[in-house]
Design a protein around this ligand. Sequence first.
Ligand SMILES: NC(=O)c1ccc[n+]([C@@H]2O[C@H](COP(=O)([O-])OP(=O)(O)OC[C@H]3O[C@@H](n4cnc5c(N)ncnc54)[C@H](OP(=O)(O)O)[C@@H]3O)[C@@H](O)[C@H]2O)c1
Length: 262
Amino acid sequence: MPALGFGTSQLGDCAELVATALKLGYRHIDTAGKYGSEQGVGEGLRASGVPREEIFLCTKVSHEFLRAGDFARKVDESLKTLQVDYVDMLHVHWPTIDNIPLAETMGALAKAKREGKTRHIGVANFNIALMEEAISTCPEPLATLQAEYHPYLDQTKVLDYCRKHDLIFTAYCPLARGRMFSDPVLAEIANTKGRTIAQVAMRWLMQQNVAALPRSSSPERIAQNLRVFDFELSDDEMKKIFALKQPDGRIANPAGRAPVWD
Ligand SMILES: NC(=O)c1ccc[n+]([C@@H]2O[C@H](COP(=O)([O-])OP(=O)(O)OC[C@H]3O[C@@H](n4cnc5c(N)ncnc54)[C@H](OP(=O)(O)O)[C@@H]3O)[C@@H](O)[C@H]2O)c1
């Protein structure tokens, strides 16, 4: 899985942006049934001219559809909307809010993999207890956790858990949806490096072996966010960024849907 993916939530009709991202060199695209971007993603994939097998495509099934039958139907709908035969990663988007047994959802997730509709499977927005249950009930191995992560949010416990269980941690909201662009510590590091704050924040994730999904509606910023593999942050700079964590740094915390976070 390429460490850097292009995020497509809130982009709506994103065909042109997805094609741009692929032409610029992105090889990982993140979408979800919930985003309304699957059609645009599919169109962008085809318009880019990049062969399908070179692209790592991720989609997700939303929390309303976690019964086995609903789940299978939503996977088929996603493939149809994207106009692809398979995705590379399929996620459960959020844990259930309706007391649906997790084993049932994990069975449906594994079935999608066994039927060749996805190459890999994962979960998003699960806490450690839910991941424990998911791993023990899923008939196929889970490959990733997708969860919020950026300099303002401490994810030490979850990262440790993922590392111990061989799960790739994929950071969503890696740019804190724009909230850290006036941060003086990040600005100072960015100035020293001759980089932007977005690039420094992305590099901080890369140096932790965390994958990331920056979203942008601007071709210049899409290109900028990709240029994070040709410089390095020192241990001291990494520490300064770790120190920016805030107790209320979490952005995606929908009432009634979010689990008790670790
Ligand atoms: N699994 C989940 O539950 C979940 C939840 C949230 C997100 N996600 C995934 O993660 C992706 C990223 O998260 P996100 O979209 O919430 O937020 P994000 O990537 O943290 O931030 C996006 C914001 O940053 C701005 N931006 C991007 N690059 C910039 C740059 N170089 N300089 C200045 N501003 C820049 C964008 O504005 P411009 O458009 O003006 O550049 C946009 O307002 C999503 O698109 C989605 O694919 C998953």
